[in-house]
Design a protein around this ligand. Structure first.
Ligand code: DX5
Ligand code: ZN
Length: 221
């Protein structure tokens, strides 16, 4: 049984130095990061392009022991997720707003040997993900409009959904993680945890910190 009171801190490589991403991944793990977050953007689902499966594979080869938490901001995650499975993803999270059969994509991700995750944007109501909660290992409640690092945490729009997810998990006897992503720092991490999130993705506040190890330690309590 997963202990949801134990925080999982997940540095987001979106904010790392791509010219030496292997070292950056190692630095994040040495600093105490639990998993590594990889943001995949297609320039269509979101207004930015980040990196693809080759990049994830390079990270995997640099830190083969790391659990790679891959967040697909793609219009057609069903077409591309298997390339990230092959690249070494541990978990693959897809958007409920994307253009695919959500239930079927989640089944296929699990069949491929990865942990399926589902996510929703700040403007999307919790009801949109409710039908799929039995199928997932992780629900990501986006705490910014996805596309870019360094934005501000949207507390009012998103914390009620973290609470709803907690309540649904309890009522239905489920055990998915509740992850937050966007604007997470030493302060907002406490707000997210207080509402029931246990997996904390952070890019800017960790990679740009003067000392990543103390920034991660501060996020744990
Ligand atoms: C936003 C991405 C995030 C991003 C968070 O589109 O999904 O994972 O890395 O960055 P920060 O922590 O800088 O808000
Ligand atoms: Zn992300």
């Amino acid at each position: 049984m997963v202990d949801f009171n134990q925080r999982i801190i997940v540095p987001s490589l979106l904010a790392s130095d791509y010219s030496r991403v292997g070292e950056e991944a190692r630095r994040a793990l040495d600093a105490g990061g639990d998993w590594l977050h990889c943001d995949i953007m297609d320039g269509h689902f979101v207004d930015n392009i980040s990196f693809g499966p080759e990049f994830v594979s390079a990270v995997h080869r640099s830190v083969p022991e790391a659990y790679l938490d891959v967040h697909l901001m793609l219009t057609r995650p069903d077409r591309y997720f298997s390339r990230f499975v092959d690249a070494g993803a541990g978990g693959i999270t897809v958007h409920v707003e994307a253009d695919h059969d959500v239930g079927e994509t989640l089944v296929k991700i699990r069949e491929a040997g990865c942990r399926p995750g589902l996510t929703l944007n700040p403007a999307t109501p919790f009801e949109e993900v409710e039908p799929f909660l039995e199928q997932i290992d992780l629900l990501l409640v986006m705490t910014v409009v996805p596309g870019f690092g360094g934005q501000s945490f949207m507390e009012k729009e998103t914390m009620p959904k973290v609470e709803a997810a907690c309540a649904a998990r309890r009522a239905r006897g489920l055990s998915f993680h509740i992850e937050v992503d966007g604007g997470i720092d030493g302060e907002t991490v406490g707000t997210a945890a207080a509402h029931g999130a246990n997996v904390m993705v952070a890019g800017t506040s960790l990679f740009k910190a003067p000392d990543m190890a103390s920034a991660i330690a501060a996020m744990r309590d």
